[in-house]
Write a protein that binds this ligand. Structure first.
Ligand code: NAD
Ligand code: DAU
Length: 341
């Protein structure tokens, strides 16, 4: 199998490449990535020398770059992925997430190859009680979520109209190694280690369902090999936590790991202006993938959080390179804006 993995230099894509090459050592992986601000070849250190791994720097919107690559299946991770950035400027989200997916769908149509589209639970929008299943209506609330919902709709239309072989996965909030520091969990760990304030949006009571990244990768791989053409599969972990509860737990874990009294961190928690259109709660029902394909999450929340805290503490160089670059300017501007009444 020759697998084209798009966005493989990002957080989940890089974890997926590591996973695929460990369980399918006979596969050839081609990683097509534009290397935007969140793409980092350092995420694939150790893999880059494998004879069955090839990196191609390129844009999923560029038809020419795809013409030059041979593959049997596409797993599409490439995206603009951060909600806050989509509120500042939606254009790159529409370009990559919609136009880029369309370009890949055209390629899948021509090549008659399998197309697995990695989507998100955010397409369903917010829910107060119970959870969304695969038949729930799409009600995206951020420009990011709207762009992902649009790409899901395009995939559906190519299955119905052009009979391409495509499947969609919709996962909840991932965490684990190599996650870019703009996202909540790495941000809390890194700010705590640097004794910097931790911005808690609104009242801190927004709820997310957290899944360890390798459980998501295993779910994607299960769907790629055993999923039914044209179907959607939710992938979640039933680990719902309010943000403030998660932040406090992370601070306890970090303090324990560096032998500090956790009270030293108490003053870092800083409630700031809320995210615009902030979804209150995400919750998905993953019983379809569990019952039909036999997948289930394996890493408990406590174990996953401990592993993640350990990874960021042991890999300071990885994130210090990022926070010493242009990311810090983005972060400081955002943070200053959030302090304004
Ligand atoms: P990320 O931002 O860490 O990585 C995105 C990668 O895509 C980067 O390597 C970037 O360089 C690349 N990329 C961006 N635009 C590109 C383009 N035009 N052409 C080629 N490469 C491009 O994101 P992530 O958190 O790893 O998310 C990966 C996918 O999983 C996204 O589609 C996202 O919507 C989805 N997802 C993420 C989560 C989560 O919690 N992070 C949950 C569910 C679904
Ligand atoms: O649900 C899946 C989605 O999860 C993915 O599709 C997205 O790509 C991914 O970024 C993530 O989206 P969220 O918006 O839920 O993740 P984020 O880490 O940005 O925020 C998590 C929660 O924490 C959210 O309620 C906002 C809040 N938050 C976030 C940041 C960055 C804070 O309170 N403070 C912060 O500084």
């Amino acid at each position: 199998m020759r697998l084209l993995i798009t966005g493989g230099a990002g957080f989940i894509g890089a974890n997926y490449i590591r996973y695929v090459l460990s369980v399918h050592p006979d596969y050839h992986v081609i990683n097509l990535d534009k290397l935007t601000y969140s793409g980092n070849l350092g995420n694939l250190k150790g893999i880059d020398g494998y004879p069955n791994y090839t990196f191609v720097r390129g844009d999923i919107c560029d038809r020419n770059v795809l013409d030059g690559i041979k593959f049997d299946a596409i797993v599409n991770f490439a995206a603009e992925s951060h909600v806050d950035r989509s509120i500042l400027d939606a254009s790159p989200f529409l370009q990559t997430n919609i136009m880029g997916t369309h370009n890949l769908l055209e390629t899948a149509k021509q090549r008659d190859c399998i197309f697995l589209h990695v989507s998100t639970d955010e397409v369903y929008g917010t829910i107060e009680k119970e959870s969304f299943n695969e038949n729930s209506p799409l009600r995206p609330n951020s420009p990011y979520a709207a762009s992902k919902a649009a790409s899901d709709m395009l995939v559906r239309s190519y299955v119905e109209t052009h009979k391409i072989k495509a499947i969609i996965t919709r996962c909840s909030n991932n965490y684990g190694p190599y996650q870019f520091p703009e996202k909540l969990i790495p941000l809390v760990i890194i700010n705590a280690l640097n004794m910097k304030p931790i911005p808690v949006y609104g009242d801190g009571m927004n709820v997310r369902d957290w899944i360890y990244v390798t459980d998501h990768c295993k779910g994607i791989d299960t769907v790629l090999h055993n999923g039914k053409n044209g179907e959607v599969y939710n992938i979640g972990s039933r680990n719902e936590r309010a943000n403030i509860e998660l932040i406090k737990l992370l601070l306890v874990k970090v303090a324990g790991r560096i032998n500090l009294n956790e009270n030293e961190f108490a003053g870092l928690i800083n409630f700031v202006r809320d995210r615009k259109g902030h979804d209150r709660r995400y919750a998905i029902d993953s019983s379809k993938i569990e019952q039909q394909l036999g997948w289930k999450p394996e890493i408990s929340f406590d174990e996953g959080i401990s592993k993640t805290v350990d990874w960021y503490i042991s890999n300071k160089q990885w994130w210090q390179r990022i926070i010493s670059g242009e990311y810090m300017q983005y972060y400081n501007t955002q943070y200053a804006e959030r302090l304004k009444k």
